[in-house]
Design a binder for this molecule. Structure first.
Ligand code: GLN
Length: 304
């Protein structure tokens, strides 16, 4: 694959995509980002790197972090995890409450907010210092020691996060949250506030393109079966009620965040991250989706 040529084509294509959509504003701090930022970075298993635009600039990764919290919880909790959270697509928005009541407080999957809150509860139970140990985990798998939380963003979300408070209270009532609600929510806001660049994201996620082992250090992050399953969950649930659309148009396991980032994996080949803060009505990056669709279309290479 001539990725250099591909990136020249993406440079041209990215200028053609209409500036549609708005930045997320329900978390006040996220309003301050320039809506027209655009970055993309691809890292291959054979250690090649290709970047374009603002690919070195850090942004709020938001729900992309939910894949990494799932990865750590899956390592710590194994099969028990799946009694408390499912692996089915929700077909509902990321912060929806409706399904949770008629499914007795068991979230459909770990990538919607309710499921990510259960994962946070697991990590709060399992780790002595969850905040510190979780960021160390990300620094370790990415090899980048300066990755950190953003207190401003975490605080801003905490002040306005009425829906997440509703979700966690409902699950607590069903007995699916074991720790103090405020402690779990605080950890959740922190993990959503992590700032990383497209390049850093591709390095942190490369293990999912490599059957669970970090191709740079050779260190195993998860076993082959877990790597397969995490990719499967991303494929089915990474874009909420737009997961089908992403599979249909892009055809890679991926995960979006309301900071405008999208992370995607081509198992056996590469990891790729795109950042463009204007979101569509489903809370996913408009331009990010368009560019990834362009990429798998011109390369004629998706997982299908
Ligand atoms: N922190 C955001 C929230 O809980 C994450 C949502 C997202 O990125 N889709 O609402």
């Amino acid at each position: 694959m001539d990725y250099q040529k591909l990136f020249s084509e993406i440079a041209v294509e990215s200028k053609k995509v209409e500036a549609i959509g708005e930045v997320a504003s329900y978390i006040p701090e996220l309003r301050n980002v320039d809506p027209d930022k655009f970055g993309i970075h691809l890292a291959t298993l054979d250690k090649q790197n290709y970047g374009l635009g603002d690919y070195n600039e850090r942004f709020s990764i938001q729900s992309i972090a939910k894949v990494l919290s799932l990865t750590l919880a899956f390592e710590l909790e194994e099969g028990e995890l799946w009694k408390r959270v499912g692996v089915e697509p929700s077909g509902t928005p990321f912060n929806s409450l409706v399904q949770l009541e008629y499914e007795n407080g068991i979230p459909r999957n770990p990538l919607i907010n309710a499921g990510a809150l259960v994962i946070c509860d697991v990590l709060v139970s399992r780790l002595k210092n969850p905040k510190q140990e979780f960021i160390e985990f990300i620094r370790n798998i990415s090899g980048i020691s300066s990755i950190d939380y953003c207190d401003r963003i975490a605080e801003s979300e905490k002040l306005t996060s009425y829906r997440n408070a509703a979700l966690i209270n409902l699950m607590k009532a069903y007995g699916n949250i074991t720790n103090d609600i405020q402690v779990v929510l605080d950890f959740y806001f922190n993990l959503c506030s992590i700032e990383m660049s497209c390049k850093e994201l591709t390095h942190a996620f490369l293990f999912l393109a490599a059957n669970g082992a970090n191709p740079v250090t050779g260190e195993r992050v998860v076993n082959v079966s877990k790597s397969k399953r995490i990719n499967a969950i991303m494929q089915l649930c990474g874009f909420y009620d737009e997961a089908g659309e992403f599979a249909f148009k892009v055809g890679l396991p991926g995960k979006s965040g309301v900071g405008g980032g999208i992370m995607a994996i081509h198992p056996g080949n590469y990891s790729i991250a795109v950042w463009s803060p204007r979101l569509n009505s489903k809370g996913n990056s408009h331009k990010g989706m368009k560019i990834l669709e362009f990429l798998t279309t011109v390369t004629e290479a998706s997982i299908f």
